[in-house]
Ligand binder design. Structure first.
Ligand SMILES: [Ca+2]
Ligand SMILES: [Ca+2]
Ligand SMILES: [Ca+2]
Length: 214
């Protein structure tokens, strides 16, 4: 465990990202691209801490809504960066989900889980994109205490439900990862395009008035 932790920390230091810095990458090409922006948050801590931080940034914890979105994430960031990383998926009642474990297999893969985008819970359905690790029949709510989604579980590319996470003594708690989250935000329209939109709406109104007068 120590060597793996050391390697990951080494990779992060060598690769250059500051622990405090958010560097946004835009999904602007390939199938399904939506111009949303994504950043690794290196000091995410527990899931609630990561969630609160994302909201304070006018962003949200990443919602992985399609295979295309997940494939883009995996191509945009090194696997070491996204490994065991929080996403905006929960079955916690505290976040308007419902404990999924009681629903049994395979319904517990979707029933009770919500994506939280801008604080609005979007319940999963049987048709939702899901990428749970099948090895341990995730989500397995291990030890009756896993309510939060993490992606790229040990670099398998799969999802796991995980406990809330602790970083109070990180030097001895490497098994309590993730420390990281992926943040997502929707594109903010440029002021110039907002102005154009306002002009277009105003012009449309004038045309309608003229037509009515005719
Ligand atoms: Ca998304
Ligand atoms: Ca759970
Ligand atoms: Ca689990």
């Amino acid at each position: 465990m120590w060597s793996r932790a050391a390697v990951v920390v080494g990779v992060m230091l060598l690769s250059g990202p500051s622990w405090a810095e958010l560097t946004w990458s835009t999904w602007d090409s390939g199938p399904g691209h939506n111009y949303h922006q994504y950043a690794i948050y290196w000091q995410a801590g527990t899931w609630p801490e990561a969630y609160a931080f994302a909201r304070a940034q006018d962003a949200y914890l990443v919602t992985v809504l399609s295979a295309e979105e997940e494939a883009w994430l995996m191509s945009a960031f090194p696997s070491e960066w996204t490994q065991n990383t929080w996403m905006g998926l929960t079955d916690s009642e505290g976040y308007r989900g419902e404990e999924s474990h009681g629903f049994g297999w395979p319904d517990r893969r979707w029933r009770g889980w919500v994506w939280l985008e801008d604080g609005v819970p979007v319940p999963l359905t049987p048709g939702s994109y899901m990428n749970w690790d099948p090895g341990c029949q995730e989500p397995n709510n291990a030890e009756n205490g896993e309510d939060f989604g993490a992606l790229n579980w040990w670099s398998t590319g799969k999802w796991n439900d995980w406990d809330v996470g602790h970083i109070d003594t990180p030097s001895s708690e490497w098994d309590k990862w993730p420390l990281r989250a992926i943040l997502e935000r929707n594109p903010v329209p440029e002021p110039s395009s907002l102005t154009l939109l306002a002009v277009a709406v105003a012009a449309g109104g004038v045309l309608k008035l003229r037509r009515r007068r005719k």
